[in-house]
Write a protein that binds this ligand. Structure first.
Ligand code: NAD
Length: 243
């Protein structure tokens, strides 16, 4: 049995992962840490740490995992360049898997979006629409950005230099080659994403709907089991899924 420690244990995802572990044949819950706790003991006690909390927790999680020499799975979204740099630094000494979305379906969708963007060319406008529950604090969602990165990679462009976010008022016409984002919030939606590729007179829509958080929780546990025993490096969910 692989022992799992959860950072963000009291949150929606933390509780969903604990529920998955209750039934699991190969992994068990060692314990959890939440806001105000020092994750050092948890990193020492577990075989793999899973963090679904907030970007503010990331430095502490990585430091605890590095000190204990344990692999870590990062599912927290809303992370910026400085967080990605910290993950890269930690991945020199421990295995780290970071994924804005842990579901098989979304990672396959990203693969399809990359293909579509590569084949269709820049005269097809790309817009990414997402909807999440009313409690979500970051926008666009980490998954929308993951899909945007896939589209940008297909086109061979830098997403940051080509994204259009939060349009409001007299914005002017759409920039040619831009990748647009729109975020909807409401109710209990676990996560809907739609990628629209629009040209003169036709439109392609590629989408994914998460019906519950369980898909992310199961994916995170699958990632933790896969990561255990791997060499120090940064990994993505596509590595786990062989995409
Ligand atoms: P939530 O608000 O329900 O839970 C977050 C938990 O983290 C809370 O219990 C909070 O107290 C705790 N926390 C906050 N700051 C902390 C800190 N500094 N140290 C320790 N714990 C801290 O949120 P959620 O819906 O469970 O989502 C958590 C994160 O996971 C979000 O960033 C969300 O976007 C992301 N998420 C990722 C995926 C994925 O597949 N990668 C899927 C769903 C959600």
């Amino acid at each position: 049995m692989i022992g799992i420690g959860i950072v963000g244990a009291k949150g929606r995802m933390g509780r969903a992962i604990a529920a998955v572990l209750k039934e699991h044949e190969r992994a068990r819950l060692v314990g959890g840490a939440d806001r105000g706790d020092d994750p050092t003991w948890l990193a020492e006690a577990c075989d793999v740490l899973i963090d679904f909390s907030s970007p503010a927790a990331l430095a502490g999680t990585l430091a605890a995992a590095e000190a204990a020499g344990k692999p870590v799975v990062i599912g927290t979204t809303g992370i910026g360049d400085e967080h990605h740099a910290a993950i890269d630094r930690a991945a020199r000494s421990i295995p780290v898997l970071q994924a804005a979305n842990m579901s098989l379906g979304v990672n396959l969708l990203a693969h399809l979006v990359r293909e579509a963007a590569a084949r269709l060319g820049p005269d097809w406008d790309i817009e990414i629409v997402e909807m999440h529950h009313r409690h979500k604090v970051d926008a666009p969602s980490g998954t929308a950005l993951l899909l945007g990165e896939a589209a940008a990679a297909g086109r061979g462009i830098d997403l940051a230099a080509h994204s259009e976010r939060g349009r409001d008022g007299i914005t002017g016409a759409r920039q040619s080659g831009a990748i647009g984002f729109a975020s909807l919030r409401g109710g209990s939606v676990a996560g809907d994403h739609q990628v629209v590729l629009a040209a003169e007179g036709e439109r392609i829509e590629l989408g994914h709907r998460a019906e519950s958080r369980d898909i992310f929780a199961r994916g995170a546990v699958q990632a933790a089991l896969w990561l255990h025993g791997r060499p120090a490096r940064r990994y993505a969910m596509t590595d786990v899924l062989g995409l």
